[in-house]
Design a protein around this ligand. Sequence first.
Ligand code: DGY
Length: 321
Amino acid sequence: MKKPAILVARAVFPEVLTQLEQHFEVAANQGDTLWTPAELIERLQGKQGAFTTGSERIDAALLAACPELKICANMAVGYNNFDLAAMTDAGVKASNTPDVLTETTADFGFALLMATARRMAESEHFLRAGRWKSWRYDLFAGAEVHGSTLGILGMGRIGQGIAKRGAHGFGMKVIYHNRSRLDAATEVLCGASYVSKADLLKQADHLMLVLPYSPEAQHAIGATELAQMKPTATLVNIARGGIVDDAALAQALKNRVIAAAGLDVFEGEPALHPDLLTVPNVVLTPHIASATLPTRRAMAQLAADNLVGFLLHGKALTPLN
Ligand code: DGY
């Protein structure tokens, strides 16, 4: 019997590719070229499945041009690159990779919080530039982490992981805002209390963004929200670019409206707002919150298993529609 044909749209672990080749006719992109939408459409011709990452936009135009496509398996928990309604209308299955990256991403959120509050990047640049001449009482004095108030916007699995680290590891007061409030038992487990968004902005010493991207979340943090935060506060974004108005943030960092920011995701990434590169009080990382080898392997495996599950056995493991 003829094997189904799939496209692996970005480079992936060779062993995952080998596995996929046992089940499918695989067209791979181990050179990791970033294709234009037209190039992606061209390569998807005759393919029943696609292994995608957040870089590949799957929308109505692509679906109309790829009538044989049956499933797109995203190697990411976030799926704002999918037009899910259009996929459902076209009868195309969508899947993502939840759970396998939760703890790793929560670790990174906390690392970025620590690096931001304790000015690690700024002080390292100072040291590497040969500017360190002597110990000084206030040299790179930052914000306290332990015992401070951690605000979390978006309280899904990763938000809860961060809350637990803050409340139980660092003795922080944890407050959160979310579309829906957690049940009482989960709040106790996370050591977190529900507050309004206005109170979250006002009370947080450190504000962590972990909400999924949606059009309603676009610029959830802009100039107005930044102005409501404490001037000593730090902001950490490990959610998605676009949730923060990066131009407004760069301005706020320059004017010390807030003390510092840690950013792993950006509006229009991999491009960055140029002003973010000129302000010293920001820690910048290239969308690596889930990037440990075991976790990235688990994400790739789950995306591959979704393709096998759906195309060979009619059932994706972690479907979105
Ligand atoms: C995700 O899983 O959504 C990450 O942002 C991609 O690593």
